[in-house]
Ligand binder design. Sequence first.
Ligand code: AMP
Length: 618
Amino acid sequence: MNILVINCGSSSIRAAVIQSRSGKTLGTLRVERLCDGVSGSNLKIEIPGNEVVELACPSDEHEGALSFAIKQLMEKLGDSVKIAGVGHRVVHGGRKFDRPVVIDAEVEQAIEDIIPLAPLHNPANLAGIRAAKELFGDLKHIAVFDTAFHRTLPRRARQYAIDPQLAEKHQIERFGFHGVSHQYVARKAADFFKTDERELRVITCHLGNGCSLAAVEYGRSIETSMGMTPLEGLVMGTRSGDIDPGALIYLAQQEGFDINRVDELLNRESGLAGLSGIGNDMRDIEKGAADGDERCRLAIQVFAHRVRKYIGAYAAVMGGVDAIVFTGGIGENSALMRSRIGQRLEFLGARMDLDKNREAKVGPDNRVESISADPSRCQLLVVATNEEHGIAEQAAQVLAGHQKPTAAVDRTIPIAVSARHVHLTQETVEALFGEGYELTPRNPLSQPGQFACEELVTLVGPKNSIERVRILGPTRSANQVEISRTDEFALGVDAPVRGSGDIENSPGITLRTDHGEVTLEKGLICALRHIHMTPEDATNFGVKDGDMVEIAVTGGERDLIFGDVLIRVSPKYKLEMHIDTDEGNAAHLSRDAQGALLSTEATGIIRSRRTRFDTAAE
Ligand code: AMP
């Protein structure tokens, strides 16, 4: 479908009509010099295959200029081009937006509420939304946020080391930007390797006028170099990136700089422009350096060093890296910067082929090129980003109603710790509690229809007993006792690791209550860690019932990877991974609380999958 993509910046407007699937651009417009109060804005319209049209724009404020420009573009495209929806780039989605959304009054208000966090950009974005809604009142408008992709950053990466109350009051945390581009190129890299992005750890280097890196771990952004504002991190065109905050205090003391002067210095007079003294265009700086200009050389060295430093850091954060992607004006076009950055990354298994690097050429028709030497454990790629296409794709997914929820929602699996427990047949219940006895539900469990009961039993082993073991209902057709490895040692038994229901040739155990005692012949198992999910979840995760997967757990105090996790699929299930107390303790997940099944704040993501077991039915 055709999407009109609008990117309304503080002093310019860009818009394009794009086929969401192919990425083909049907027409673009650009309005420059908005609101500068001097020269009047001008409009350029480009329809591929036709001459560029330049017009004076009758208005130099956003809404007037956008209405005029879009009408002109649609006129030039002609009646045959139908638009299915409008995708708006919105720079800041704050804490609220972790995915693209249809813009209604509430969303508009939320974007307005976020203005203090993006005082230059969000008002311009809103002006674009309002003008476009006037023009296309009967179409859906979708906001695609630059921050949304990074909402998966774990708290430890989001949080600055300042008073949390102050941080909370003013939302001082790391949001990250360039999300549409990082997400787009990470996916292009996965497509290039003919694999799923959930199989890869990628470092995406968006190096343009603004620059940022992202650590994209199995499809989710877990670190990025821009922070609360787009000033943190790498050296950029005119922005300093990282600088010791102490230096600013010192400058204020020594030079009497006030906050506006500091803003001007760091946002407009620093970075490549500040270092080189000849402007922010990397082409000029490379030329200057080749001609022996010391400041240009320094600019290149500082720029490359900072990127390389971040790559090393992000490889450490992810515990390894499968691919490093270069994109943005500099990343796509400057072989010199790529080779500078790529020096001394061999320890990561990233070896650059210098010929391939020199010759790499990406663009609309050829989005990805490998510049790795063969063999290379970590692949180096150049990928042409296309934020407009990224926005069109996301908007089209929302319109089609099958928007792939973002990683935060879709790709993480909640984890619950399952304490030792017992499933019983009605016959055993009666033997333990009396004839005609019915189990008393105490609280529901996450899986529909399942509940923890008031009733408790004692497990009697050859060595010791374990008291107060909870019975889970409803009753089943076979008895099953699920304990941890530590329990096995305490009881003096040896239970096999099994999927639920798979109790053939398992040992028995004695159950005791005040009323009676039953010795089971079989049914004692140590539960195979498993994930419950619906068929829809299974499609989303690319797994089938009975598959075994590897799960990386984060959110506890000790990140951990579990192998041999069984996938169990049923429409009755709710998405949740169940591990036992030993496993929960190993990842430092268990809270000091008692219960049959405790949800934790931790989540898991699938790292790899393989088909192996035929699951026994429950
Ligand atoms: P972007 O913001 O992504 O458009 O990137 C703009 C930056 O890319 C500017 O610093 C340009 O100088 C730089 N750039 C574009 N083409 C080249 C090139 N061939 N070599 C070096 N830098 C380039």
